[in-house]
Ligand binder design. Structure first.
Ligand code: FAD
Ligand code: NDP
Length: 517
């Protein structure tokens, strides 16, 4: 009767509710463990998994603990994305775009004095941090409401079903779980050179950094390096990017080079094929960075206010005592199969800690949710890691889904692919006379039949918003025929995909004559 009343009053679909009640019968009430599920790590993947599992009646506990950075920065529950990743990054990106928009506004007739406009770094940091704290608070309330038990400690294995942690009062405690999901994510790496941890900071520090960054050396040319350099530039600082080999390894080469050229055009300096050797603090407080150009084999040095390491991330396996559970790792990541199961069948991993999978929030969230449904709701749906769309949040953003041109050539042979491409001119760029030099897109497709699309690439405004819908289309088997039969929305930049007519093979000039032909 009670169950029936709950069914009637709930807004969840009946099928989901039935599954939930059916599965709750198998949970801890008649289970020999303290919990049905213990999740190690309260970030994107861990929280999604924990919250989904309680929906199906599981008794769940989630550990989350953040060790302070060498510079002393720490933060609350929610993981990387919320505290030191996607969210503060997007806010700083937006702040930097707004600086650009002020100048554009003048051209559009706004009576704004755009001379010497300067951001207030401290105010920006405070606004960003206030938002993060509100998200931390909402997260804790949500966990409490959903009845996910949350423990703010490091969890570590004692044996495959037992987790140990230290309580706030210093007392050691153990608990047991039927299933364990490891979702501990990663933290930025520091190079093994003198002065790296003493004087350098990382993305874990920059979003709450009290000092204005000033002249900044950003070491690393992956997502984090390029995004940080760009928002710093947009905020009026002076970043230099140190590139060890190439920018954006793993991405489409032509698009990556375009992005670097766009950054160069905006006054961001690059130290190419260069590695750092040492960082020293001078008497005036500034940082002297010694480095080597690995092509010319020459040493150099320069002085900066801030050094930001963006050289990749390390999986947080070292505190887990994985040996006690017998879980296999590769370097600092956990090896899982297609069901996110480790070699120990009741121990799973989701998110950044998995070896060889995209390190992106929506990937962590969806794989966590699907895993919980498989464990507690009888689902068989697996996470599909293919064709995951992504965006690099630079001032002209770069977004893509599917294969790069190189990947398609390698997989199918150059003769079997066709690349459609175009430069385009966003309407809103004309009045402020913004550079359109790097507004470019391409579709990588099969050469024959209806020409199945293998990859889509776009550099321009709001790239993530443009590509998200196309990603769903690509996953549904989008072809060039369908794309060109789709009526565009005018005047947008996304419609440029529906107007692609020039192939690289044709050798024709992909520069548009006018916006509306
Ligand atoms: P995390 O979110 O890192 O959460 C893991 C949590 O577990 C952390 O709180 C950690 O402290 C805690 N923990 C670790 N060990 C233990 C332990 N033993 N016991 C208890 N707790 C533990 N992705 C995007 O999709 N879009 C973006 O725009 C984007 N921007 C980013 C910008 C930056 C600067 C960075 C660094 C990352 C960005 N990412 C972005 C990546 C995204 O943040 C990660 O993919 C995502 O947060 C991974 O989630 P996760 O659950 O695997 O791990
Ligand atoms: P990446 O692995 O993407 O890039 C690391 C960069 O540092 C590379 O350019 C690499 O060069 C360089 N590097 C590595 N070691 C050294 C060294 N010892 N000295 C000098 N340079 C070095 O890591 P990121 O930290 O940029 O990003 C981590 C992950 O976070 C990304 O893979 C992404 O999934 C996620 N992320 C997503 C974002 C988004 O969705 N917009 C934004 C930010 C992060 P080389 O190519 O030579 O190895």
């Amino acid at each position: 009767m009670l169950m029936f009343k709950a069914l009637r009053n709930s807004r969840l679909p009946r099928s989901v509710l039935l599954l939930r009640f059916a599965s709750s019968a198998t949970t801890t009430s008649n289970c020999k463990y303290d919990y049905d599920l213990v999740v190690l790590g309260g970030g994107s993947g861990g929280l999604a998994c924990a919250k989904e599992a309680v929906e199906y009646g599981a008794h769940v506990l989630c550990f989350d603990f953040v060790k302070p950075t060498p510079a002393g920065t720490k933060w609350g529950v929610g993981g990387t994305c919320v505290n030191v990743g996607c969210i503060p990054k997007k806010l700083m990106h937006q702040a930097s775009l707004l600086g650009e928009a002020v100048h554009e506004a003048v051209a559009y007739g706004w009576n704004v004095n755009d001379q010497n406009i300067k951001p207030d770094w401290k105010k920006l940091v405070k606004s960003v941090q206030d938002h993060i704290k509100s998200v931390n608070w909402v997260t804790r309330v949500d966990l409490r409401d959903k009845k996910v038990e949350y423990v703010n400690s490091i969890g570590r294995f004692v044996d495959p079903h037992t987790i140990e942690y230290i309580q706030k009062q210093g007392e050691r405690k153990q608990l047991t779980a039927k299933y364990v999901v490891v979702a501990v994510g990663g933290r930025p790496r520091y190079p093994s050179i003198p002065g790296a941890t003493e004087f350098g900071i990382t993305s874990d520090d920059i979003f709450s950094y009290e000092k204005e960054p000033g002249r900044t050396l950003v070491v690393g040319a992956g997502y984090v390096g390029l995004e940080c350099a760009c928002f710093l530039k947009g905020l009026g600082y002076d970043p230099t990017v140190m590139v060890r080999s190439i920018v954006l390894r793993g991405f489409d080469r032509q698009m990556s080079e375009f992005l670097a050229a766009m950054m160069l055009e905006r006054g961001i300096r690059f130290l190419n094929t260069t590695i750092p050797l040492a960082v020293e603090r001078r008497a005036d407080g500034k940082l002297l960075v010694k480095y080597q150009n690995t092509t010319t084999k020459t040493d150099g040095s320069d002085v900066f206010d801030t050094v930001l390491w963006a050289i990749g991330r390390k999986g947080l396996t070292e505190d887990l005592n994985l040996g006690a559970a017998g879980v296999q790792t590769y370097n600092d990541k956990i090896i899982v199969d297609h069901t996110e199961a480790t070699n120990v069948p009741h121990i799973f991993a989701v998110g950044d800690i998995i070896y060889g999978r995209p390190e992106l929030t929506p990937v962590a969230i969806l794989s966590g949710r699907l895993l919980a449904r498989r464990l507690f709701a009888g689902s068989t749906q697996l996470m599909d890691y293919t064709d995951v769309a992504t965006t690099v949040f630079t001032p002209l953003e770069y977004s893509c889904v599917g294969m790069s041109e190189e990947m398609a050539i390698e997989k199918m042979g150059a003769e079997n692919i066709e690349v459609f491409h175009a430069y385009y001119k966003p309407t809103e760029f004309f009045i402020p006379q913004k550079s359109v030099r790097h507004c470019y897109l391409k579709a990588v497709a099969e050469v024959s039949g209806d020409q199945k699309i293998l990859g889509l690439h776009y550099i321009g405004p709001v790239a993530g918003e443009v590509i998200q819908g196309f990603a769903a289309a690509l996953k549904s088997g989008l072809t060039v025929k369908t794309l060109l039969n789709t009526v565009g929305i005018h005047p947008t930049t996304a419609e440029e995909f529906t107007r692609l007519s020039i192939t690289k093979r044709s050798g024709r000039d992909p520069t548009p004559a006018s916006c509306c032909s």
